[in-house]
Design a protein around this ligand. Sequence first.
Ligand code: ZN
Length: 381
Amino acid sequence: MFNRTNEAKVLRDPIHEYIHISYQVIWDCLNSREFQRLRRIHQLGGNFQVYHTAEHSRFSHSLGVYEIVRRMCYEVENINNSLNEFEKIQVMCAGLLHDLGHGPFSHMFESITQKSHEDITMELILDEKTEVHQVLKKEHTNLPNLIVSILNHSHPNQMLSQMISSQLDADRMDYLLRDAYETGTSYGKFDLERILRTLRVKDGNLCVKESGMHSIEDYIMARYHMYWQVYLHPDAKSYEILIELFIKRYQKIRNQIKIQSLELLFEPLTSDSFYLLDENRLFYSFQQALFCEDEELKDLANRILNRHLLSFKEDEKLNGHYQYVYIEQQMEQDYLPYHENKDPIWILNKNNECIPISKCSEIVKALLRMETKTKKRIFYN
Ligand code: ZN
């Protein structure tokens, strides 16, 4: 038996209307300092410089993923029947905590520390010193390990990992809807209710009834449009590049000039230092750099704070002399909204057989026929 909260907690949310919490362990994870830290990390990195309302945080996205997982567990009859209470708790915790390891401006942070946010997430869950680890362990000694095994796909019940990270998972479903809403674009919308209603379990795998295939096609197309309209927007990228150049410049001159708030970035990563590494710290550092002795660092800080972005072009050559040049190689392959060679999305046909969607959907077939090439973007000024 697992501890329930005294009364059900209900949080308002613009995407799901309400988020329902009735297990104490979920509520305590939410109140841990590692989870609260996510309020200080933008969900969309530099995109708020393009879509001015995209100020939402990893905190709200994580709660949204939890809510979709919770609904899968209790509202999809097949899933409800095939999981026991403990498995439901494991997968709901995994949904809530899956993004715990995001650093400030994720991509910049990963390039500096050479560590993926997935690895940091798992380390925080397993680290006995973190509040989140204590909370999980108090509920069940093996809970931290089981959650990590869901996140790294080694859990004996593969379906739990499919719910959190696959080509049709709660993570993508929440971020597409939420990012579309928060940016004010209409591309990311699809029918979540219909997907939940047609979700089934067959031989321990998630699949979708044939009658739900169109809502899945819509979801895949939503992903396609969001990539090109939002996630890969050159101005958002330009802003993130400025931050990366700023940190790299500081790294180069930090034996001559000290900005104390930035030093933490270059110390060994611990759960205590990670807690303090958030975007507020970086914004404060940009302000401090405005008054430093290094002209380049000052210029970059000024550009970041006042949105003087780098120019960009897609062709091969750059003529002339520029202060900043940043070349980005982009494999379109990485941004395909659906991959044939990964775990497929299964469609359950009328004969009760599971067929990969790439074999039965004309839209997915067409998407997979699309020519993909390597793109090079040059950012300069
Ligand atoms: Zn996520």
